[in-house]
Design a protein around this ligand. Structure first.
Ligand SMILES: Cc1cc2nc3c(=O)[nH]c(=O)nc-3n(C[C@H](O)[C@H](O)[C@H](O)COP(=O)(O)OP(=O)(O)OC[C@H]3O[C@@H](n4cnc5c(N)ncnc54)[C@H](O)[C@@H]3O)c2cc1C
Length: 312
């Protein structure tokens, strides 16, 4: 994870229209184009193909049809219909049935009730087909409302759903108790968004320390938690806590992002742990892609080389 200043720089860069234009033109053009390191493709068919390759390595998967921050109910409806079609294609393909989505993609910015309705439309198709649906966590302005929507659908009887908490936020340790009390599954991440000091730890060491505390609590008292990180120190800690408390490898899982630390994914699988890979796809890949660049400066030179190689 980068420090706060670097995250700010990337936050600004992500709004650069030139960069967006260049990336959109070259990023996914060919099988070897640079954005494909992190994004499985623009179509469901490409995502399913990538998912099959992940499954062939013995790993689990969750598919994320990228999209966020839609600004009108019409766009939210369209995104919901696309998501339902993706669910149907995934079900027909025979790959594992597990998806991740963002509520702003379903209209949370426009109207909470419509976002809940849209989420329910997806759940009504996905749950009977045996899908698990994870609601991703977005920036801190959406934390409370995301948890409220989650609680609403949980109370309506939907159980094949889980949510995400970010150790970067001060509030998350309390939220962990709140979601744990429901009996729901939590995916624990450090947090991908640039957040102000008023709500979030600014030093990596503090984010990591909170992550470590939350890993321990979740392993001991959570409900099939997902330890989503590429940080070897956090992974070692989770392994130690699980061993000390005799928590079986079927009681939790590690999760990592498509294209990141494949070596570590394979090593954990070889050691008998469950590993799930988060596979994003879709045309709206730019914001996701920029967050991945922001986490690691080395990724930027990789992208620049790609732009020059393809465009140059
Ligand atoms: C399955 C999954 C789902 C996620 N869902 C959400 C979500 O819903 N909301 C949210 O805010 N965040 C989410 N994230 C992102 C998360 O918050 C972090 O931003 C991201 O995982 C990087 O943090 P880290 O825990 O890997 O630790 P870091 O300390 O940032 O990184 C540890 C090591 O991992 C490697 N690494 C990390 N990031 C990269 C990268 N981009 N490129 C190459 N190597 C890298 C490097 O070797 C680095 O040294 C998710 C992450 C995963 C794995």
């Amino acid at each position: 994870m980068l420090d706060s200043a670097s995250k700010t720089a990337f936050h600004l860069l992500a709004q650069s229209t030139t960069l967006k234009k260049l990336s959109s033109r070259y990023g996914m053009r060919h099988p070897g184009s640079f954005a494909r390191r992190f994004i499985a493709g623009e179509t469901v068919a490409e995502a399913i193909e990538a998912a099959r390759a992940v499954q062939a390595r013995g790993l689990g998967l969750t598919l994320d049809y990228l999209g966020e921050s839609v600004r009108s109910l019409a766009e939210a409806d369209a995104a919901t219909r696309e998501y339902v079609a993706a669910v149907e294609a995934i079900a027909a393909s025979g790959i594992e049935r597990n998806i991740s989505l963002k509520l702003t993609q379903l209209g949370l910015d426009v109207d909470k009730a419509s976002a809940v309705d849209n989420l329910r439309k997806i759940l009504e198709r996905a749950e009977p087909a045996g899908f698990f649906v994870r609601i991703d966590m977005e920036s801190s302005q959406y934390t409370e409302i995301t948890l409220e929507v989650f609680e609403t659908v949980w109370q309506q009887g939907h159980r094949a759903i889980g949510v995400v908490l970010q150790s970067a936020l001060y509030r998350s340790e309390k939220d962990l108790q709140r979601i744990n009390a429901l009996g729901a599954r939590i995916r624990l991440v450090k947090g991908a968004y640039k957040e102000p000091k008023a709500v979030a730890h600014q030093k990596k060491a503090d984010v990591d320390a909170a992550y470590a505390r939350m890993v321990s609590t979740l392993l001991v008292s959570g409900h099939y938690p997902a330890i989503a990180t590429h940080d070897p120190a956090m992974i070692d800690l989770a392994r130690r806590v699980a061993a000390d408390h005799k928590i079986g490898t079927d009681k939790f899982e590690f999760q990592m992002l498509y294209g990141i630390r494949r070596d570590l994914q394979a090593a954990l699988h070889a050691d008998g742990y469950r590993v799930r890979v988060y596979i994003p796809f879709g045309r709206e890949w730019f914001p996701y892609f920029m967050r991945r660049l922001g986490e690691r400066p080395a990724n930027v030179s990789f992208v620049l080389r790609g732009i020059f190689a393809e465009g140059g």
